[in-house]
Write a protein that binds this ligand. Structure first.
Ligand SMILES: Nc1nc2c(ncn2[C@@H]2O[C@H](COP(=O)(O)OP(=O)(O)OP(=O)(O)O)[C@@H](O)[C@H]2O)c(=O)[nH]1
Ligand SMILES: [Mg+2]
Length: 312
């Protein structure tokens, strides 16, 4: 993916949130004529909460803007957007992290995908495979969702499109046994990156967590250092429930990072700020569409600008 396109892409992909915030800000500027009184600040805080930024982060951001406005007049809409994006970027910067693939021949870098049902685990696994392929890494997929009937075929279809091997067993097989097979196969074939898909159920489902723990144990038994990453996938449109999902998975399987998907389909992209503010986990990638190219390494500054509707 070319960087220039990616830059343009993010603004248009986050357009729903960008338009929502930017429209709200324009209305505020109109009403306050650049003079920000309490009523305008309160309205701004409401706008931020509406995009799912969360009450805490919205309050902090508005407090910072208040401090700024006290010392300097905010002249126009671009100035307000700039200030706001700057404040958001300060929060988001803390969770930006790129995944550094360190692998030796015969010791694959293992990424385990986890998350509740329907959030985009399998699609994100395929997008990640394409991402690492673009940097000349050999990739293998493991179909450890043996729970949902069509899950194995879904991953195999991605594997065919990407021309990468998919290790699978029959529907209903022990997911941990598939993980074990995949580890052995990836080692034998000297694969750089093994991406392990898993089944999704609700985060309160005890069986799901037990199965994920078993998958992790089996992977770790083959290579103590693996899985190097356990990525929790959350749907950006789920709202504040995403925070509950993070808490449940943190307790059960200790994710190393969060991938927030479907940010193209929601006007509530502020959830990423809420996650950044309230969770200890980093955000290496975001999903902004259904195709293989629609996965982007998370860039705090660019994301903050797109969120407030700045096209840059
Ligand atoms: N618009 C949009 N759709 C996405 C994105 N990521 C995934 N999807 C779609 O979301 C739907 C579910 O994706 P899956 O990858 O099957 O989700 P999953 O978590 O593996 O689902 P289960 O295996 O049933 O738990 C599919 O239709 C995907 O195309 C995204 O970033 N944007
Ligand atoms: Mg799936």
């Amino acid at each position: 993916m070319k960087t220039g396109n990616a830059k343009k892409g993010l603004f248009s992909r986050l357009r729903k949130t960008g338009d929502a915030l930017s429209g709200g800000l324009a209305a505020l500027m109109g009403s306050g004529q650049g003079i920000f009184d309490d009523a305008v600040f309160e309205a701004l805080e409401d706008q931020l909460i509406m995009t799912d930024l969360g009450v805490t982060a919205s309050g902090e951001v508005v407090a910072a803007l208040r401090r700024h406005a006290a010392s300097k007049r905010i002249e126009n809409l671009p100035a307000l957007k700039n200030l706001l994006s700057h404040e958001l970027a300060a929060i988001l910067g803390k969770v930006q992290r790129s995944i550094d693939i360190q692998s030796q021949p015969g010791t694959p870098f293992v990424i385990l995908m986890v998350g509740v049902n329907g959030v985009g685990k399998t699609t994100t696994a395929a997008k990640l495979a394409a991402f690492f392929q673009r940097s000349e890494r050999s990739v293998m997929l493991a179909a450890c969702d043996t729970f949902r009937a069509a899950a194995i075929e879904q991953l195999q279809t991605w594997g065919e499109r990407l021309e990468i091997p998919v290790i699978a067993q029959a529907h209903g097989a022990d997911a941990a046994a598939v993980a074990h097979d995949a580890m052995k196969a990836a080692q034998a074939r000297k694969i750089d990156v093994l991406i392990v898909d898993s089944a999704g159920r609700q985060h309160v489902n005890v069986d799901l967590m037990a199965q994920l723990q078993k998958i992790k144990r089996v992977i770790g038994a083959v290579d103590m250092a693996a899985p190097q990453e356990t990525l929790l996938v959350v749907d950006g449109g789920t709202g504040q429930n995403a925070l509950a999902q993070v808490a449940a998975f943190e307790d059960a399987v200790g994710p190393t990072g969060v991938c927030v998907t479907k940010l193209d389909g929601t006007a509530r992209g502020g959830i990423v700020v809420a996650l950044a503010r309230q969770c200890a986990l980093t955000i290496p990638f975001i999903g902004v569409g259904e195709t293989l190219e629609d996965l982007q390494p998370f860039d705090a500054d660019r994301f903050a600008r797109a969120l407030v509707g700045i096209d840059s």
